[in-house]
Design a protein around this ligand. Structure first.
Ligand SMILES: *[C@@H]1O[C@H](CO)[C@@H](O)[C@H](O)[C@H]1NC(C)=O
Ligand SMILES: *[C@@H]1O[C@H](CO)[C@@H](O)[C@H](O)[C@H]1NC(C)=O
Ligand SMILES: *[C@@H]1O[C@H](CO)[C@@H](O)[C@H](O)[C@H]1NC(C)=O
Ligand SMILES: *[C@@H]1O[C@H](CO)[C@@H](O)[C@H](O)[C@H]1NC(C)=O
Length: 391
């Protein structure tokens, strides 16, 4: 009794010792201790949430690395909250007819659980998302609209939300469907060509604007090409993560995706702030008053670049990509990870949202608040840390 009191006390006093060696483990265990990413909102309602899908993707990788069953159980419990025993998606905020790509990001979790358990319910739930995508409204060129209510709009975010699931589903159930594969590839290309910042633009980065309106009617749409005015770090981060993830799971010729990744990765590194090594929230306006270094985009870039190099998708013979990513990672852990007295960590400085629902201006992006422990950033920190720890 006395001994256990002493050991509990010393564990409390030596809180630092309770901290895992691995930032990936620390990030995951801290989010789990707070009940994040478990299929419920903080208010307790069920939610079919892309950030839960993103976190579950990281937990799956961490389960493979550590063998800690708790990670698998947490994924399963979270997904069971939003899919009933018959396979109906019961998350309170899901509506197929809204044609939002965001909830579809939980689809890869269903695919994973289908593989692991063989339970038909996960196939049924995947079929619902696939049915949605097959009816998803599109631009005349074939790009999925981000949501039904965003008329003719493609957003970079949607590539991460919809296409990874689309490819996963096709691999599993329609592996000879060349139409589907060509469609997915085309959507990456359309997004790239319609949002690419052209040479000669002020503050040229060669990266991608947040989105475009094919009909050029949105208040933010440029008159010439319909793109939004600013390059937002997290949107660019979603697109980069989607590229490395799709190449990894693509069954055929990956040259189109490799071409996009090899074009963008060095530009991402070049766009980093030279001193800190991380990136501005609004990448098109470096150093402007009100702009700041944002954490979710940074970890998405680190993940994408380190994974791209590790798997040989990116050639880093001069070392500049890994050098840039590891410099950023050092800033990230020094500035955005803080230890709590209970041994968990907090994650700082992730902007809560960035949407093209409003006017898309610099003033808009910088007016949005940042959150502590925002899962969109924290889940990407888990992913970036998994890659960093593999170096
Ligand atoms: C396994 O993960 C759980 C959930 O995060 C954590 O509480 C536990 O300490 C981990 N177990 C080991 C042996 O690392
Ligand atoms: C192949 O994919 C396309 C586009 O996703 C779809 O419309 C079509 O029904 C699929 N064909 C088969 C045989 O599954
Ligand atoms: C270029 O960057 C500067 C510095 O952030 C900013 O003040 C200016 O508005 C930017 N120009 C454009 C066209 O975005
Ligand atoms: C755009 O929206 C932001 C708030 O979201 C506002 O501060 C700004 O004044 C708006 N700009 C224009 C040009 O309407």
């Amino acid at each position: 009794m006395l001994l256990s009191v002493i050991s509990t006390l010393s564990a409390l006093l030596l809180g630092a010792q309770a901290r895992p060696q691995s930032y990936a483990v620390w990030a995951a265990d801290s989010a789990i201790a707070r009940g994040q990413g478990n299929g419920l909102t903080s208010g307790g309602a069920t939610t079919v949430s892309y950030e839960h899908g993103e976190f579950q993707w990281g937990l799956r990788l961490l389960y493979d690395i550590t063998g800690n069953q708790s990670y698998y159980d947490y994924i399963l419990a979270g997904a069971n909250r939003i899919v009933d025993s018959s396979g109906t998606i019961i998350g309170a905020d899901y509506s197929l007819s809204a044609y939002s790509q965001d909830p579809v990001r939980t689809g890869p979790t269903f695919a994973y659980l289908y593989e692991k358990t063989g339970a038909a319910k996960w196939k049924t739930a995947m079929d619902t998302f696939h049915t949605q995508l097959m009816g998803q409204p599109r631009t005349a060129e074939g790009q999925f609209w981000h949501k039904l209510r965003y008329f003719n709009q493609g957003w970079l975010d949607g590539i991460y939300m919809g296409e990874i699931f689309y490819a996963t589903y096709t691999n599993k159930f329609q592996p000879t469907n060349q139409t589907a594969y060509a469609d997915i590839e085309h959507q990456f290309e359309l997004m790239f060509s319609n949002t690419l910042q052209e040479e000669g633009a002020a503050n040229y980065t060669g990266l991608l604007y947040h989105g475009y309106d094919y009909s050029h009617t949105a208040v933010w749409a440029s008159a010439d090409r319909g793109h939004s005015p600013e390059i937002w770090d997290r949107a660019m981060g979603w697109y980069m993560m989607a590229l490395v993830d799709i190449i990894e799971l693509w069954p055929g010729d990956t040259s189109v995706f490799l071409g996009l990744l090899r074009t963008l990765a060095p530009r991402v590194i070049d766009a980093a702030d030279p001193e800190s090594g991380v990136w501005w929230l609004v990448m098109t306006q470096p150093g402007r008053k009100g702009n700041y270094f944002e954490s979710s985009g940074a970890v998405m870039f680190v993940y994408s670049i380190l994974k791209g190099v590790r798997l040989g998708f990116l050639d880093d013979s001069d070392g500049s990509l890994v050098k840039g990513a590891t410099k950023a990672y050092a800033y990230i852990v020094d500035n955005w990870v803080v230890e709590n007295s209970d041994g968990t960590m907090n994650w700082l400085n992730t902007v809560s949202v960035g949407s093209l629902d409003g006017n898309g201006t610099f003033e808009y992006y910088i007016s949005v608040n940042t959150d502590v422990n925002d899962l969109k950033g924290l889940a990407a920190f888990l992913l970036a840390s998994i890659e960093y720890e593999k170096l």
